[in-house]
Design a protein around this ligand. Structure first.
Ligand SMILES: Cc1cc2nc3c(=O)[nH]c(=O)nc-3n(C[C@H](O)[C@H](O)[C@H](O)COP(=O)(O)OP(=O)(O)OC[C@H]3O[C@@H](n4cnc5c(N)ncnc54)[C@H](O)[C@@H]3O)c2cc1C
Length: 365
């Protein structure tokens, strides 16, 4: 077993975090949070010729972006037919279309750590099978790729445009590229106080004209005005040694997506889920694994996935959920833009929100 709360993705002993900020600094825009979303914002700002400083309280990918299930899925957190009901047809279709384009871009940009395998949504009950049919019908109606699936994993939907990634490799590649291109990134630099003209950190004060806060888990702690609409939850995972007794060609989304797993190229399994089975304890800012959820994951690994492979990693991380179901992309204070609350599915949507926030911060949209 690896050190407690280490994700299976942390496989690069030579990784060097960017240096902490030393003293005060000046930039046009300060990006708070160096997960996938913050790093997309850093890149978009640089491409716009803007002087940007990016800071992280811990390290690049230290939050959910480097500790997640690695599923790359089209759409927002709600299944497409639910999104149509919640947000209206036009908005839901626009989100779905944009995430399809972003998926193409991610697979093209990161061939070393992504695989376009498709994904399965498998029904855990007859009622869920009906819901899969409703999702399938809506996707067909809107002309989005989907196939009906029945196979060893069960019955449900195959979405061929989806895939998987090694999430920590991706965010570290983004950070390296940003630093190589001259972006100023700093680890161990926590934002304590944020206005549009100043980010006070534990290392010094950053003077700037705009701030983009790209923090998913604990967003409402940093920007308390979002607290009524944003709530932080813990999500937990485990991973195994190479499992030669099972073969899982595509990631699986099970029981409405509460459980999700993928088999990595070396055969090991990464499995997450069961947040809803201890829900009051999982609405927490604590990001360490808990025994009840880890026991359920282990039982499911043995009884449902059917592998006897040794468990090597157990970990957790924070994400935030929005009361509307749609992600947050808002100017919460004058010149301070917040993105987050992807409700558990932010690998692709986070990048879209980051680019929207950059355009907005630069007065372009
Ligand atoms: C176990 C788990 C499984 C998941 N599985 C999937 C999946 O398969 N597919 C999917 O699409 N999504 C999944 N998600 C959700 C997804 O990981 C997140 O929505 C996404 O990674 C959020 O990325 P981010 O860059 O927006 O934010 P984060 O990853 O939360 O990054 C924010 C960064 O900000 C830093 N930070 C926090 N506070 C401060 C501060 N005060 N000052 C400076 N820095 C600060 C943190 O250290 C962190 O590095 C999962 C999440 C978890 C936890």
């Amino acid at each position: 077993m690896h050190a407690p709360n280490t994700p299976a993705w942390d496989d690069e002993p030579t990784w060097q975090p960017p240096a902490p900020l030393r003293g005060d600094a000046r930039a046009d825009v300060c990006v708070v949070g160096l997960g996938g979303s913050g790093l997309v914002a850093v890149r978009a700002l640089r491409e716009a010729g803007v002087r940007v400083i990016g800071i992280d309280a811990a390290d690049v990918g230290a939050g959910a972006a480097g500790r997640n299930g690695g599923l790359l899925l089209a759409g927002i957190a709600d299944f497409h037919h639910d999104a149509v009901r919640l947000l209206g047809h036009e908005i839901a279709v626009a989100w779905y279309r944009r995430t399809l384009h972003e998926l193409d871009a991610v697979f093209a940009a990161f061939p070393q750590c992504t695989r376009r395998t498709g994904s399965l949504r498998i029904a855990a009950s007859d009622a869920e099978l009906d819901d899969c049919r409703a999702q399938f019908a809506q996707l067909q109606l809107d002309g989005f790729p989907a196939e009906w699936y029945a196979g060893p994993e069960g019955e449900g939907l195959l979405v061929p445009t989806d895939g998987v990634m090694q999430p920590l490799t991706r965010v570290r590649a983004m950070a390296r590229e940003a630093m190589h291109a001259g972006a100023m990134l700093h680890s161990c630099t926590r934002a304590l106080d944020i206005t549009n003209t100043c980010v006070r950190t534990n290392q010094g004060v950053i003077t700037c004209d705009r701030v983009i806060v790209a923090v998913d888990g604990r967003l409402e702690a940093l920007l308390p005005e979002l607290a009524p609409r944003v709530r932080t939850a813990r999500l937990q995972m485990l991973a195994t040694a190479p499992a030669f007794d099972v073969r899982i060609p595509r990631p699986v989304y099970w029981r409405n997506g509460y459980e999700y797993w993928q088999q990595l190229p070396d055969g090991s399994i990464a499995l997450g889920g069961f947040r809803d089975t201890d829900v009051e304890h999982e609405w927490t800012h604590d990001a360490t694994p808990s025994a009840p959820i880890q026991e359920r994951l282990e039982q499911f690994l043995r009884a449902h996935i059917g592998t006897r492979a040794l468990i090597t990693h157990r970990w957790a991380a924070s994400v935030s959920y929005s009361s509307s179901g749609a992600p947050i992309c808002e100017e919460v204070r004058t010149g301070v833009f917040a993105i987050g609350a992807y409700s558990g599915t932010g690998n692709i949507v986070g990048a879209l929100c980051a680019r929207d926030a950059v355009r907005w911060a630069l007065g372009r949209e």
